[in-house]
Design a protein around this ligand. Structure first.
Ligand code: DGL
Length: 263
């Protein structure tokens, strides 16, 4: 049995956990979310890298981790090299699914893709290179929004999703000139995919979840699986009333009580 750590600033990693767990149900899962520093999309690159390295060093000192998934595009598009240098286990990053979206748009769409991500991710050099390498022949529009990240957090805390608010965020893409294929380049956004699809019914939504599950499965090929997996363990970096409510979504998926982790 392998110990798999899934990490995000908040609830977004749940969308990745679900895919990984579906592929590999019989392992020990840790979910760590850094709500003390949320939202990552607004942090400077320098702060992000220092925080991620500090958190991972401390977490892996206290818990045996065989593989870590950075279930956060905002972090992965910047901190992966530093994390890989400082850790000995495999680290899988989640980055925007530009390549599959471009293939889909080229073959089945109109050659127009949209990237919906955080302000941090849309500004990264890594993201510009992904677009240059895989979608240079397409029309690519970028939309960076922290408001949508917060709406996903609120949804997980039991608040209703206001469609009118979502429509305002997606307004640049509504109508015939909008993209045919949309990359959900933030792990929070698949948690709102039904609502996004409702507002953009003809657009194909693409995220990285299944590709990450395949990558984790191939890295853990040969690792034994237990017959009954132990309960997942969930940690936050500050205990708040909201985090306790959000953690219920994880309790429903086999995780134990929310615990505080401070580096
Ligand atoms: N879930 C994260 C991502 O995939 C970031 C959200 C945030 O903290 O801004 O980008």
């Amino acid at each position: 049995m392998a110990n798999i750590l899934i990490f995000d600033s908040g609830m977004g990693g749940l969308s990745i956990y679900r895919e990984v767990h579906r592929a590999l149900p019989a392992h020990q899962y840790f979910y760590l979310f850094d709500n003390a520093c949320f939202p990552y999309g607004e942090l400077s690159e320098q702060r992000l890298v220092e925080r991620a390295v500090e958190l991972f060093a401390a977490f892996t000192r206290q818990h045996k981790v065989d593989l870590a998934v950075i279930a956060c595009n905002t972090a992965s598009t910047y901190v992966l090299p530093a994390l890989r240098e400082s850790l000995t286990m495999p680290v899988v990053g989640v980055v925007p699914a530009i390549k599959p979206a471009a293939e889909h748009s080229r073959n089945q769409g109109k050659g127009r893709i949209g990237l919906l991500a955080t302000p941090g991710t849309v500004a990264r050099r890594y993201t510009a290179e992904l677009i240059q390498n895989f979608a240079a022949d397409l029309e690519v529009s970028l939309l960076g929004t922290t408001e949508l990240v917060k709406m996903a957090e609120d949804k997980l805390a039991g608040e209703p999703v206001e469609l009118a608010r979502l429509a305002r965020i997606l307004a640049p893409w509504q109508g015939d000139a909008g993209p045919d294929t949309l990359v959900l380049g933030c792990t929070h956004f698949p948690l709102l995919s039904e609502e996004i699809q409702q507002l953009l019914p003809d657009v194909t939504l693409v995220d990285s979840g299944q590709a990450i599950a395949r990558r984790v499965s191939s890295l853990l090929e040969g690792a034994s699986q237990t017959e009954t997996a132990p309960p997942g363990q969930i940690f936050c970096t500050t205990v708040t009333a909201k985090a306790l409510i959000q953690a219920r979504a994880f309790h429903g998926e086999g995780f134990g009580k929310l615990r505080l982790f401070t580096p």
